[in-house]
Design a protein around this ligand. Structure first.
Ligand code: CMC
Length: 434
């Protein structure tokens, strides 16, 4: 049995044989099928990349049908239980779990890159008091490139790594300052004696105390959420990171673009949307009517459905357990009952079952963040902090990929044919586009 695909073009009768490698054919192979010498060749049309692999990647494996997620081969369940965010970030970037000394050096380096230039404070202060923290986050990450112009040299491996460390280390500082700005509170400097998540919580919540100590169970819950959100292969924002990175721009600019992609309600903005939805529903009694509106196509059930997971999202399962641990400390989130009822009804309903719509990672993460005292507008930012490791891993893999070229999809042009310019005085309303 040959690992090939034979394609016959019935317009011309021409047959080509395309090699199948790793379960895929090269789309450019179709170009051999032309109508005449002028013809560019056959293309495949795949809006939203539903069935197009754009890269070969060794970072994250997902089997959506079986609900499997692995970073570098390690099951997400084991990492969530036993790893830390920084160890997981190392794994994503370097491909292997660190040895004890490698981990120590890595943690030390990240910890000592957490400070940002004082001018960043002034940049933050320039925002309105009610600026969305994700807008501030995106802008401040992009601004970092102006402080590190050498980051433009993306062909230098050592330089790339230095910028990656800076980014992983500095994003919590920018995120926390965006929050402090919105509250009119003084910005808190990083505390090098604390761990990654402990330091982040300190920069968020420290007031007059000399040192802020987060409740260990809550700090660990945030750590688990960070591990779960660290990477998710070629999603919208990772694709943005790779696509922007393929122009060889510096990683700060590319990451700002990736963060912008994450901001959207269909991606990282979903957990924020879930909480707004739960608050809008307001009471368990209103759940059935809300579900009916979803089924009528009026609304989407936020936190439900996934492009890849069509069985269950393994992250949602871990998050539900984490939520229980958090609520034990903070008390039950009043919106939890609405969420549970929504999940119960949806999982039994034919509409959701037939479309394979299950709770995704965002369905419960917002409830946890809220119980940790983190405001809703910060949710996409809380997603962006750990995803920085994933974006960087994707970017680094792309940069050294000998097959990487500047991303440039083709299009099927369906617009007007050539026509002559019409002077303004001769134009009528009928000429205006619909
Ligand atoms: N509520 C109600 N119906 C839905 C939902 C939903 N959340 N998601 C999909 N559907 C329906 C959709 O209307 C369509 O029905 P029909 O075939 O009758 O037209 C069918 O399910 C397939 O939907 P689709 O839009 O083709 O699916 P997709 O793979 O393009 O979309 C998704 C994936 C995540 C964008 C979508 O499920 C969605 O909008 N979910 C809500 C937003 C959300 O929770 N996003 C977070 C995703 S996980 C975190 C992350 O990766 O960022």
């Amino acid at each position: 049995m040959a690992d090939t695909l034979t394609v016959t073009d019935n317009r011309t009768g021409k047959t080509v044989e395309l090699p199948i490698i790793d379960g895929a054919i090269r789309a450019t192979g179709l170009r051999q099928l032309t109508l005449d010498d002028e013809d560019f060749g056959l293309m495949s049309y795949d809006p939203a990349f539903l069935n197009t692999a754009s890269v070969r990647s060794a970072i994250t494996f997902i089997d959506g049908e079986r609900g499997i997620l692995r970073y570098r081969g390690y099951p997400i369940e084991q990492l969530a239980e036993r790893s830390t965010y920084l160890e997981t970030a190392y794994l994503l970037l370097f491909g292997e779990l660190p040895t004890a000394s490698e981990l120590e050096a890595w943690v030390h380096e990240i910890t000592h890159h957490t400070f940002v230039h004082e001018s960043m404070k002034r940049l933050m202060e320039a925002f309105r008091y009610d600026a969305h923290p994700m807008g501030m986050f995106i802008a401040s990450v992009a601004a970092l490139s102006t402080f590190y112009p050498e980051a433009a040299n993306v062909d230098d491996a050592e330089n790339r790594l230095l910028q990656a460390k800076r980014l992983i280390a500095k994003v919590p500082t920018l995120a926390a300052w965006a929050y402090r700005h919105s509250r009119g509170l003084p910005y808190v400097y990083p505390d090098n004696e604390l761990g990654f998540t402990g330091n982040f919580l300190s920069m968020m919540f420290r007031m007059a105390e000399t040192r802020y100590h987060a409740t260990p169970a809550l700090e660990r819950a945030l750590e688990v959420l960070f591990i779960l959100h660290a990477d998710h292969e070629q999603n919208c924002s990772a694709n943005a990171m790779r696509s922007i990175g393929s122009s060889k721009v510096d990683p700060y600019s590319a990451l700002a673009g990736a963060a912008a992609a994450l901001y959207g309600p269909l991606h990282g903005g979903a957990n924020e949307a879930v909480l707004r939805m739960l608050a809008e529903i307001g009471d368990v009694r209103n759940v059935p009517a809300y579900v009916e509106r979803v089924k009528a196509g009026e609304l989407r059930l936020m936190g439900f459905g996934h492009r890849v997971y069509k069985n269950y999202d393994p992250r949602a399962k871990i998050i539900k357990e984490t939520a229980d641990a958090v609520f034990e400390v903070t008390g039950r989130n009043p919106l939890l009952d609405i969420a549970l009822e929504l999940e119960r009804i949806a999982l039994e309903d034919e509409y959701f079952v037939s479309r394979k719509l299950y709770p995704n990672v965002d369905f419960y993460s917002g409830l946890i963040y809220q119980s940790l005292g983190l405001p809703t507008a910060m949710f996409p930012v809380l997603f962006a902090i750990p995803r920085t490791a994933g974006w960087l891993a994707q970017w680094l893999e792309g940069i050294v990929d000998p097959e990487q070229k500047i991303a440039r999809p083709r299009q099927l042009y369906v617009g007007a044919g050539e026509r002559d310019y019409v002077p303004l005085e001769e134009r009528s309303r009928e000429l205006a586009p619909a």
